[in-house]
Design a binder for this molecule. Sequence first.
Ligand SMILES: Nc1ncnc2c1ncn2[C@@H]1O[C@H](COP(=O)(O)OP(=O)(O)OP(=O)(O)O)[C@@H](O)[C@H]1O
Ligand SMILES: Nc1ncnc2c1ncn2[C@@H]1O[C@H](COP(=O)(O)OP(=O)(O)OP(=O)(O)O)[C@@H](O)[C@H]1O
Ligand SMILES: [Mg+2]
Ligand SMILES: [Mg+2]
Lengths: 227, 227
Amino acid sequence: VLDVRQVTKVYGQGDATVHALRGVSLTVERGDYVAIMGASGSGKSTLMNILGCLDIPSTGRYHIDGTDVGRLDERQLAILRNQKIGFVFQAFNLIPRMSALANVELPLAYGGVKAGERRRRALAALDLVGLAERTRHDPNELSGGQQQRVAIARALATAPSLLLADEPTGNLDTASTLDVLGILDRLSLSGRTIVLITHEDDVAAHAKRVIRLVDGQIIEDRRQAAV
Amino acid sequence: VLDVRQVTKVYGQGDATVHALRGVSLTVERGDYVAIMGASGSGKSTLMNILGCLDIPSTGRYHIDGTDVGRLDERQLAILRNQKIGFVFQAFNLIPRMSALANVELPLAYGGVKAGERRRRALAALDLVGLAERTRHDPNELSGGQQQRVAIARALATAPSLLLADEPTGNLDTASTLDVLGILDRLSLSGRTIVLITHEDDVAAHAKRVIRLVDGQIIEDRRQAAV
Ligand SMILES: Nc1ncnc2c1ncn2[C@@H]1O[C@H](COP(=O)(O)OP(=O)(O)OP(=O)(O)O)[C@@H](O)[C@H]1O
Ligand SMILES: Nc1ncnc2c1ncn2[C@@H]1O[C@H](COP(=O)(O)OP(=O)(O)OP(=O)(O)O)[C@@H](O)[C@H]1O
Ligand SMILES: [Mg+2]
Ligand SMILES: [Mg+2]
């Protein structure tokens, strides 16, 4: 369970101060499928980075499964992220001069998975996103949408109980988008928790719940019948 | 006029060979507004990089306004790009540790525009894309969609006669997308030539012509009534 209480995030100071989040509270139960929407600059990625323990709030509390994330040190945070969370970044954040396969294997290596098992799971994840023919290519030898799909495969390879995906279909054509949504739908049916940021209504339609941010605040949080 | 004749692009060799473009021919007259669509990996960005003189074909010919681009040296290509072409990259390609304003001023500086005029035009371009409050921020202090809009402002600041935009709305919410499409529509009405890559049908609906790529080949090239 993700429990966010009155979280704020402030950048800069003086007249360059930016209030990215102005007091956000939400609870995500295990197995929920949440879409976060909102205008460009409304605070979506900032909120997701806090949910994924990649950033800390300026004020407020964040608990994952009862643990206060603010009380963990860097090493404990890294273990928590590696064991429980898969993260698809808005800018992909792939390691440039490393093959797609090595990029997907990396979180498995951090988690202590042996080489043979790592290779098998990484190849399965790349095959799932339609990139079986591109495993040996580096990111700069791949198209934008192919890089995005490598980033998705990397987040899935560790079979995380929580998947956080920031605009996972921004660079994908309709067919690839439907493939990715199919993967997320199956993941949700198997009981995993999913939080995804999107600006596309037809992507948000797959979620069970839609949260809307305006200028760093939640202005809507409602359940919907998922597509 | 952009005149592409039987262009191919091949990467790699042996069994790692990738035929990104397999013989593409098209002509774009001055003032045309073209949308290029196709699946992830179908060759859209590769074609656009050739149109923008950022990459050379493996075989075939490409003429801009009667000049054979293949016969120009690096210096002449750089001058041609700076004087005639505005490019919005799929990955934005902003300079990381430089403010949004400095990023937008850069092509104007290369073109020899004086400091005062540069500052005025760059601020006007950033204001046009809704980022008047963010001119002093570096890219890593901006959201994904804000970075994308800085990249659009940079391509517009030089008032290019040809605008090439690769997925310019991939990270933008509906309102920001409509703002950007409004800018492109006005640019087209003023006689500029626009070629844009998109996977979103409602973005392509603004173009006067749709070209579809499948696996490195043009399978469709038709006029439509623009929205
Ligand atoms: N430097 C490279 N070396 C090897 N293959 C490459 C290289 N650059 C691109 N490719 C391959 O060429 C093909 C076309 O790539 P391109 O970037 O043009 O696709 P695209 O249509 O823009 O895709 P997307 O919609 O995902 O951005 C892809 O299969 C890609 O893997
Ligand atoms: N390091 C930083 N320093 C200063 N301001 C920042 C920083 N990072 C983000 N911001 C600002 O915080 C606000 C929220 O950013 P955030 O990335 O969360 O937006 P977003 O909703 O994800 O937008 P997008 O849809 O464009 O990706 C933006 O106005 C942005 O400019
Ligand atoms: Mg974002
Ligand atoms: Mg591309």
